[in-house]
Write a protein that binds this ligand. Structure first.
Ligand SMILES: Cc1cc2nc3c(=O)[nH]c(=O)nc-3n(C[C@H](O)[C@H](O)[C@H](O)COP(=O)(O)OP(=O)(O)OC[C@H]3O[C@@H](n4cnc5c(N)ncnc54)[C@H](O)[C@@H]3O)c2cc1C
Length: 439
């Protein structure tokens, strides 16, 4: 039986904040979610989530966690038209310049617009007993008494509004990669966390389109990863409403060419296979291209801090914001929500320390995977100790072997889907196939 403990306040009502609120509603009598944006009544883009206009997929591991938190959600998304694809059957992967062989990976993706997922989850959270969402309010600070956070200072965004305090037994910073806790801690007399940073300098370029009538959809969904010397990725996926989302991702400062049809098609020629290019040439655009720049992956090491105020935790992208090309952020946030539930079951006393440790365990494999992938590109700056260089050589070889060996392809696809831990790529039977291959 979960104990009820008063009032929790969540700052930020995007995927991280909503997932945190879901867990907290099992433990706190009241949960208030404070969001800067005025929230739309339905699935629409909004200013506070600029990434929402770009390719989002939900990895199977994340989809399963969402389903445990919101029973029936995946069916609801399917009924709203979100397709589900089996990885390496209905969704192709091209990594290190090699297309991975078709295989039964047991991994699927849910393909949907970010606004559809967020609005569906928001509706579920808003209907939970004790949950209130206050939109149009800025979180501007914390209220503190001694070593304890006792509330959040917020201000209505209407001009001339005065600051108010929402008292709370727990405050959750889910304000995304710009999460304010790291800046607020020194004002309260605490050290800020160390940060791990990888300067990836990614620019997304996205548009939505319809395939021309008669274009067969089979085989067109794919994700192409960057390669040394060509730090650019590409994704094409069907989403709800029969629309397709087309995304280019330039890395290491590369900005995908756009501006006119000829320049983006010329850019597409450098990353997309011929049958996909043909479909793109014939496609009917639904939107113009939009861009989004993501300069740095940032992991804030709150789990390493010696002193941290009681009554406060940090969640989602505010803890760790990953290179988006790996599609991990929402899955990690859902797993953090489950980790938070397990910590709260043990009581509230040492919550921050327990949660940051548990969240670090969730983040570790995803960060290892994305950091290793980024540092495999010579264009990305960062230290590469000998172990990193050996792993990167092994992974490049694995991709080459995976082009003709479905067992190896399956292994890599499952690790990328966060279904198996990164060490699984070194399991003896995979190692033997990768190192023993003559191709
Ligand atoms: C281009 C791109 C593509 C991505 N693709 C994928 C993908 O395919 N799959 C996947 O799983 N993940 C993907 N991600 C990551 C995913 O979007 C995030 O991990 C996810 O949104 C969780 O973030 P969050 O809720 O912690 O933060 P955010 O989504 O950044 O939300 C922060 C919220 O806090 C609010 N806020 C900020 N400041 C304040 C304030 N002072 N007061 C009140 N409210 C405030 C904002 O308005 C916003 O609603 C992608 C990210 C990017 C950038």
């Amino acid at each position: 039986m979960n104990q009820v403990r008063g009032h929790a306040v969540v700052l930020g009502a995007s995927m991280g904040g909503l997932l945190a609120a879901r867990t907290l509603s099992d433990f706190y009598e009241r949960v208030t979610v404070v969001e800067r944006d005025e929230l739309p009544p339905d699935a629409r883009n909004r200013k506070g989530v600029p990434q929402g206009r770009h390719l989002h997929v939900l990895l199977q591991r994340g989809a399963e966690a969402f389903e445990r938190l919101f029973p029936g959600l995946t069916r609801e998304l399917a009924e709203a038209g979100a397709p589900r694809s089996q990885v390496l059957r209905e969704a192709r992967l091209v990594l290190s310049g090699h297309e991975l062989a078709a295989a039964d990976t047991g991994a699927f993706l849910i393909q949907l617009t970010r606004p559809l997922l967020e609005s569906t989850v928001r509706e579920r959270v808003a209907a939970l007993p004790g949950v209130k969402i206050m939109d149009g309010f800025d979180a501007v600070g914390l209220r503190v008494a001694g070593a304890r956070v006792t509330g959040a200072r917020i201000r209505n965004r209407r001009p001339g509004s005065a600051e108010e305090v929402v008292e709370a037994d727990l405050v959750v910073d889910a304000m995304g990669r710009g999460g304010r806790t790291a800046a607020w801690l020194p004002l309260l007399g605490y050290q800020p966390p160390d940060e791990d940073r990888i300067k990836i300098d990614v620019t997304y370029l996205t548009r939505f389109l319809h395939l021309a009538e008669g274009t067969p959809a089979a085989g067109l969904q794919l994700l192409v990863g960057p390669v040394p010397g060509k730090p650019r990725g590409f994704g094409l996926f069907q989403q709800e409403g029969g629309r397709w989302v087309l995304t280019f991702a330039g890395m290491a400062g590369e900005v995908p060419a756009h501006g006119d049809e000829a320049s983006h098609l010329a850019y597409a020629e450098t990353v997309a296979p011929p049958e996909v290019l043909a479909a793109l040439r014939a496609a009917v655009p639904v939107t113009e291209f939009v861009t989004h720049r993501f300069p740095t992956s940032v992991r804030r090491r709150y789990e390493r801090l010696g002193a941290f105020p009681r009554g406060l935790i940090v969640f989602g992208d505010a803890l760790c914001s990953f290179n988006p090309v790996y599609g991990q952020g929402m899955t990690v946030a859902a797993l953090e929500a489950e980790a938070l539930r397990d910590c709260l079951r043990a009581g509230e006393r040492d919550l921050a320390r327990l949660f940051f440790r548990a969240a670090a365990k969730v983040i570790d494999p995803a960060w290892q995977l994305s950091a290793a992938g980024d540092l495999a590109l010579p264009e990305i700056p960062g230290p590469r100790p000998p172990a990193t260089r050996i792993i990167n050589r092994y992974v490049a070889r694995m991709h080459r072997v995976a082009a003709h060996d479905p067992v190896v392809a399956r292994s890599f696809a499952r690790v990328s889907a966060l279904l198996d831990p990164p060490r699984a790529i070194f399991a003896p039977r995979i190692l033997a196939r990768v190192l023993g291959s003559r191709k």
